[in-house]
Every structure is written in structure tokens, then in C-alpha cells.
Design a protein around this ligand. Structure first.
Ligand code: HAM
Length: 435
């Protein structure tokens, strides 16, 4: 096939056999968030480029190398969102949702776009489910976010597959002092740094801490650590968070090198990681960003949130065989109709049954066909029962119900009694986890 008729590299179709797992994950998450009092917000997938440049930060990989940016017909620079936090902050400010200290607990889901090197677990269009909370400055809400993600792992059967990494980045003054100390230390060892880290020494020195280069990591062994630069307030915040996680029985590893790739974080940062997916092991990540809203011109407003990678979580569910077996609920009935009069009556009957039982899964044969061919299609559809309407049945105002799975006897049922009979023989409403 010519290249222009293929999907763009790193942008995937999510095919019908994959969507039940996606819906399961999305629904489990939405139900969980309802239970904690979070509300969904839906945001545009494009924003003005400047929003991301200012929010995520010049000097970050995302802004410098990974954004899909273009001029629209009005010569305005627009960018496909690489993440959800900046747009969410823009929306709450624009709609005055955080004025007067109003608390907002929000979540969103949808595609994000980053021009990265595609590989397993890393794509150019990927999906996040994210949460953002505004106007709650304390460690209690940081703890709630982590507790609710832990509950999600529990509901999904993933608790043993993920571990929590935690760090505090302190206040911006703390980071300023630390940055100076780190730069001074690394400057003396400049020649030993890898090329990327040499560049970062001027653009974004804290990111050197999570360099993958072994020699750079060895150099960092004796470097100053951020924990020693935290002021009393940041330290108290971090202690408060740890105490709550301990109380909730949530295990964590303090990772002093966890700095995150986006510039807006301060104090709490965390990542849930797994070793079951190879290199792309972070399934959920976030932290506090109390300075971001003032950066956008708003009044000081605390913010904290996280986002999880849907593709990575689906991969993990598949890899560990954690997907429930009944995700794809089969159709209840397949209606076979023979002859035009039966087809017309069948259509009417099918719609009456849908009125009576809104969750009914009823496939109506399309394209006519012989008894044999319609039956074959009925069987292939996976439906539990075939509902047969031929000339004889029509004359008697009846259908024949023939089981396609199991060995219940075939039966004839009057049109008028059909809805009630279906209630008896079909699985109860809400059966199955697929939809
Ligand atoms: P992030 O760490 O850039 O944070 O992304 C969050 C998660 O999205 C990652 O942990 C990963 O699971 C998934 N992800 C990121 N890039 C890709 C990719 N190219 N392919 C597949 N999955 C990917 C943020 O985006 C922040 N906005 C999170 C946040 C919300 N912080 C505070 N509030």
C-alpha cells in the first residue's frame, strides 16, 4: 500500500478486538473517580503553542523536540497537546473555576501527541487518563491521589506488578539553590558528562539526574542531593505525605533522582513503574505544580495531578492476563427472516423488543439468504439464540427460538409473549463487563 494510505508512524488504530479492554479500563477508572468525587472535563486537543512552551517549559524535551506544531490558515501557531495539564489549567482559569479558592477535582481522558521514537509502549499518538486538583495545598490531597491510583491497581489486579517511586522537588527557591550547587559540581566534571547532559547543564540541569548514561550516573554518586536543600515547609509537606501513605499501608521507594521531564513540578513528584513492560515502565506519573497558574497570569493557586498511559496499562493487563474473560458480551439473539413479508414483520418485531428491553443485543440478518446461509451467519455471530421467522411462523404470529450454544430445546413463542420469554431465557441486564 502506498505510504500516504498507511497510518502515520507511531499512531495506532485501536481495533475492535482491542476496544473492550480499553473500555474496561476507562470504565473502571471513571467509576473509581466518581467514588472519590472527581468530575470529568473535556478539553480541546489543540492549543496555542505558547501555552505549552510557557507551561511545560522551554528546555524540556517535550517542548524542544517533540511537539506537533503548525501554523493554521490564520498564521497562528497551534500545537497538538503533548499532555493534558497545561490545557486543563488554561480551561479552569478561562472559566473562573478556581477563583475565591474554589476547589476543583477534575479528570480527563484522550489522545496526546509527542514526536518521539516509536517503540513498544511509546507512541506518537498515545492516550492518557489524567487527574488535576486545584486549590488544595496540603499533602493530604497528594496522598489521596496516590491512594486512589493504588485502588485502581487493586481493582485491575495489578497491585503486585507496580511500585511507587516518590520524591520531593522542594520549592522553586530550594531548586534554585540546589541547581547552583549541582551545576557547580558538574561543571568541574564537564568533560566526563555525556553529550546530552553537557547540553542540559545549561538548559535543564536537574534532568541530568535521570540520565541513562552509566558514566554520568557514576559521576552523580557524589553529587549534592536535592533532599539536603529542602526548606522546612517542603520537608514538612513531604513528611506529611509519607505519614499518610504509611497510614494507608502504601509502600513506596524514595527516589532522589526522580525529577520528571516537565518543568512545572515542585514538591511532590511520583511515578508508578512496572518491570513487566521493558524500557517503557512508567504507567502513571505526576506531582504538584503550585507555581504553574501564576506562570499563566492567574492568582497563586495550588495544583496537583497525574496522568496514566492507557496503552501501557492495556499492555500490562494483557501481558499479565489480568483482563476479565467476559469483556466481550455476546449478542443475545440473531434474527433470521425468510421472505419479504417476514423481513418486514421481523424489523417491526425487533424494534418492539428493543423498546421492551433496552439492553437487548439483537442482530438482525441483513442481505437475506437461504436458511443455511442465515443460520451460518447466526452461528458465526456468537449470539446465544437464533430467532427464526419464516412464512409459517408469520402466519401463526410466532417465532421459533433455537439455541445456538448449549442444548436447551427449540421452542415456538407468540409475538405477544416474546419479551417476557426473553426475560426468562437471557442473561440478566448488566451481565458481562464489556459494556
Ligand atoms: P508524563 O510523565 O509526561 O506526565 O506522562 C504521563 C504518562 O503518560 C507516562 O507515565 C506514560 O505512562 C504515558 N506516556 C507519556 N508519553 C507516552 C508515549 N509517547 N507513549 C505512550 N505513553 C506515554 C504528564 O503528561 C503530566 N501532564 C502528568 C501530570 C498531570 N502531572 C500533573 N498532572
Amino acid at each position: 500500500m502506498s505510504k500516504s494510505l498507511q497510518a502515520i508512524r507511531g499512531m495506532n488504530d485501536i481495533l475492535p478486538e482491542q476496544t473492550p479492554a480499553w473500555r474496561y479500563l476507562e470504565r473502571t477508572f471513571a467509576t473509581l473517580l466518581d467514588g472519590y468525587g472527581y468530575h470529568e472535563i473535556r478539553l480541546p486537543i489543540m492549543e496555542f503553542t505558547e501555552l505549552f512552551a510557557r507551561g511545560i517549559g522551554e528546555g524540556t524535551d517535550v517542548v524542544d523536540k517533540e511537539m506537533y506544531t503548525f501554523l493554521d490558515r490564520n498564521e497562528e501557531s497551534l500545537t497538538l497537546r503533548p499532555e493534558g495539564t497545561a490545557g486543563c489549567v488554561r480551561a479552569v482559569l478561562e472559566h473562573g473555576m478556581t477563583g475565591g479558592g474554589q476547589v476543583q477535582k477534575l479528570w480527563y481522558a484522550g489522545p496526546m501527541f509527542r514526536y518521539e521514537k516509536p517503540q513498544k509502549g511509546r507512541y506518537r499518538q498515545f492516550h492518557q487518563i489524567g487527574v488535576e486538583v486545584f486549590n488544595l495545598p496540603g499533602p493530604d490531597i497528594d496522598a489521596e491521589l496516590i491512594v486512589l491510583t493504588a485502588r485502581l491497581w487493586q481493582r485491575l489486579g495489578l497491585t503486585d506488578a507496580v511500585t511507587l517511586q516518590l520524591n520531593s522537588l522542594g520549592s522553586s527557591a530550594d531548586r534554585g539553590r540546589y541547581r547552583e550547587a549541582l551545576v557547580a559540581y558538574l561543571q568541574e566534571r564537564f568533560e566526563q558528562l555525556d553529550e546530552d547532559s553537557q547540553r542540559r547543564l545549561t538548559t535543564n540541569p536537574l534532568r541530568i539526574l535521570d540520565s541513562k548514561n552509566a558514566q554520568t550516573q557514576a559521576l552523580l554518586q557524589d553529587a549534592p542531593t536535592l533532599a539536603d536543600y529542602l526548606d522546612d515547609e517542603s520537608r514538612a509537606h513531604f513528611d506529611g505525605l509519607k505519614a499518610r501513605l504509611d497510614a494507608a499501608g502504601i509502600r513506596y521507594q524514595i527516589n532522589p533522582k526522580l525529577v520528571r521531564g516537565l518543568d512545572y513540578y515542585g514538591r511532590t513528584v511520583f511515578e508508578w513503574v512496572t518491570d513487566k513492560l521493558g524500557a517503557q515502565g512508567t504507567v502513571c506519573a505526576g506531582g504538584r505544580y503550585d507555581g504553574l497558574i501564576t506562570q499563566f497570569g492567574g492568582k497563586p493557586t495550588p495544583g496537583v495531578g497525574f496522568a496514566m498511559g492507557v496503552e501501557r496499562l492495556v499492555l500490562l493487563l494483557e501481558t499479565l492476563a489480568c483482563l476479565p474473560g467476559d469483556l466481550q458480551r455476546p449478542a443475545d439473539l440473531y434474527l433470521c427472516a425468510f421472505g419479504e413479508a417476514a423481513e418486514l414483520a421481523g424489523l417491526k418485531l425487533a424494534e418492539q423488543l428493543r423498546d421492551a428491553r433496552p439492553d437487548l443485543r439483537l442482530l438482525v440478518n441483513a442481505g437475506a439468504g437461504s436458511f443455511k446461509s442465515q443460520f451460518k451467519k447466526a452461528d458465526k455471530s456468537g449470539a446465544l439464540w437464533a430467532m427464526i421467522l419464516g412464512e409459517d411462523e408469520l402466519a401463526a404470529q410466532q417465532v421459533a427460538l433455537k439455541p445456538l450454544r448449549g442444548d436447551a430445546p427449540q421452542e415456538k413463542v407468540d409475538f405477544a409473549a416474546l419479551a417476557a420469554r426473553l426475560d426468562e431465557i437471557l442473561p440478566p441486564a448488566g451481565f458481562g463487563r464489556g459494556n
